[in-house]
Design a binder for this molecule. Structure first.
Ligand SMILES: [Zn+2]
Length: 122
């Protein structure tokens, strides 16, 4: 069971939690039946891309469109770093979480995200 607070969802300017899919307030979301006590991780569709770092010219794997909750990102980044055995960082940008890890680790990261209940395209 995934135990994460409601604040994994992006919020609007009034602090209301928004559905990442339809951008409506969670209470008005009609995408899926939503139980506020059970955050729906499958509403998140993270993007995983392998890019060349601007700073070092090395390959980095970037995961974007993640839940914006910092404590959750910290936990997820730790999991990804241990699975990929590489260094990494996380931050929140434009209301979504981003995790960057060193190296080309797309397949391992896809597996981790799926194990968290998120829907990720390869
Ligand atoms: Zn929705």
């Amino acid at each position: 069971m995934i135990d994460i607070p409601d604040s994994i969802f992006p919020t609007n300017s009034t602090g209301q939690a928004l559905c990442p899919k339809c951008q409506k307030a969670i209470n008005d979301c009609t995408c899926k039946s939503y139980d506020p006590t059970q955050p729906k991780m499958d509403l998140f569709n993270p993007l995983v891309s392998v890019e060349k770092s601007q700073r070092h010219g090395k390959m980095v794997t970037v995961v974007s469109k993640l839940p914006p909750n910092e404590s959750y990102l910290k936990k997820l980044a730790k999991k990804i770093k241990s699975k990929t055995a590489s260094g990494g960082t996380f931050y929140v940008q434009d209301n979504y979480g981003v995790i960057e890890t060193q190296g080309s680790n797309k397949n391992i990261i896809l597996e981790v995200l799926r194990s968290e209940g998120m829907v990720v395209k390869s």
